[in-house]
Structures are given as structure tokens and as C-alpha cells.
Design a protein around this ligand. Structure first.
Ligand SMILES: [Zn+2]
Length: 229
């Protein structure tokens, strides 16, 4: 019961964020951007601009690839690949997403600390989220508080990952909007507002994930405290 009360707001926020990102994306996937370039071309231009403005020529070597799926776009810091789900689209939504991924590539080139921290946290967070629940459940049934505590520590790594993701994502979107305007690709206030809407909706899904993770952690801590009594 407590679990439902605690997690319900996070679940509702997650559902809302999911709906918001899908509907906003769908809306602007139908609106052609006035620059007339494809998402892949926009990414290339922004990377070239970043290479000059940051003095990081390696940004020109970032490979732009196609990736299957919907909204699967991402930048991979290990292979220096920027992957787009709709590289040939000229829609505002896809251009906004491509600019956001270029923002991640610029973070990588600029050695933006939260991005490096997030990359480092990936394996720890994956292991932590896999081990947390079995440890806590085991501790609960075996009446072993230490096991629950271990599970909580494991889960903390997963929570840290979702929290570090927030500045990384907000910063990538901020860079995206700056880049699009500096290069003159998206300058009309209506188009800037549209890109902002798409990127804010995407950011909301990360906020929802972080909120759910934090509330889950709070719940685990409460289980631990009740076990000790
Ligand atoms: Zn991102």
C-alpha cells in the first residue's frame, strides 16, 4: 500500500512524459523545417560548427549513422558515432533530435564532466539495478538487515545514474538550441519554439525516470528501517 502511494505520482509522471514526448514528436514530425536540410545534414553542419567554435577538429570525424526504431537516436561516446532514427527526414522534430545528439558529441569533445561521469556509471548502475531487488527481497525474507542495506547500496548506483543523466540531457538540449541558432539553421521564433517543445518533452521522460528511481530508493530505505525495528 505504502509502495503504491509512494510510487503512484512517479508512475503518473512517467506515463504523462511518455504521452507528451510521443504526441509532441508526432506533431512536429509532420512539420518541414524551413532550412530544407535533412537531420543527418544538420548534424554534420552542427558538428563542423562545433569543431571550429570549440577548437576540436575531431568532431568532424564523428560518424553519422542510421539506427532502426523510433526515437532510438543517440550519441555513442565510445565509438564516436551519432545515430539517427530518421537521418533523411527534413521535419523539425528530427532536426531537433539530431541537434540534441550533436550536443552530446560536443559535450564529449569538450570533456563535459557529467557526461564522463555518466559513462563511467553505466556498468555500475546496470549491475546495481540487477542486484538490488534480489538482495532486498532476500534480506526481507531472511530477516537480514545487512543484506537489505547491501541492496540499497546497489540501488543507489542506479539512482545516481538517473540523476547524473539530468544535467547531461538538459545541457545537450541547451547546446542544440544554441547551435541551431548560431548556424542560422533554425532562427524563426516559431521553429525555435517547436524544437524547444520537442526537446523539453524528451527531457521530461528523464525527469520522470529519476523521480521514480529516487522514490523507489526511499521505499527501500523505509523497508530497511522497518526491518530493523
Ligand atoms: Zn540525450
Amino acid at each position: 500500500m505504502l509502495y503504491i502511494l509512494l510510487l503512484a505520482p512517479a508512475l503518473l509522471l512517467a506515463l504523462y512524459a511518455q504521452w507528451k514526448v510521443r504526441s509532441t514528436y508526432a506533431r512536429y514530425a509532420k512539420v518541414r523545417a524551413s532550412c530544407g536540410l535533412t537531420a543527418a545534414q544538420v548534424a554534420e553542419r552542427l558538428l563542423a560548427h562545433g569543431a571550429v567554435s570549440l577548437g576540436k577538429p575531431e568532431l568532424r570525424r564523428v560518424r553519422i549513422e542510421a539506427v532502426p526504431g523510433q526515437l532510438t537516436d543517440h550519441y555513442d561516446p565510445r565509438t564516436k558515432a551519432l545515430r539517427l532514427s530518421r537521418p533523411d527526414s527534413t521535419a523539425l522534430a528530427d532536426i531537433g533530435v539530431a541537434a540534441h545528439e550533436a550536443g552530446h558529441a560536443l559535450q564529449d569533445a569538450a570533456r563535459y564532466a557529467p557526461l564522463a561521469l555518466r559513462s563511467g556509471l553505466v556498468p555500475v548502475a546496470q549491475l546495481g539495478s540487477q542486484l538490488a531487488f534480489p538482495l532486498i527481497l532476500g534480506g526481507f525474507f531472511l530477516n537480514a538487515a545487512n543484506l537489505i542495506l547491501l541492496g540499497i547500496l546497489a540501488y543507489t548506483a542506479a539512482v545516481a545514474f538517473t540523476l547524473v543523466t539530468l544535467p547531461v540531457e538538459f545541457n545537450a538540449s541547451r547546446r542544440a538550441l544554441q547551435l541551431l541558432q548560431q548556424t542560422g539553421l533554425v532562427t524563426h521564433p516559431r521553429e525555435v519554439a517547436a524544437v524547444k517543445r520537442v526537446l523539453s518533452a524528451a527531457a521530461l521522460t528523464y525527469v520522470a525516470a529519476a523521480a521514480a528511481a529516487v522514490l523507489n530508493l526511499v521505499y527501500y530505505v523505509m523497508v530497511f528501517l522497518s526491518q530493523r525495528r
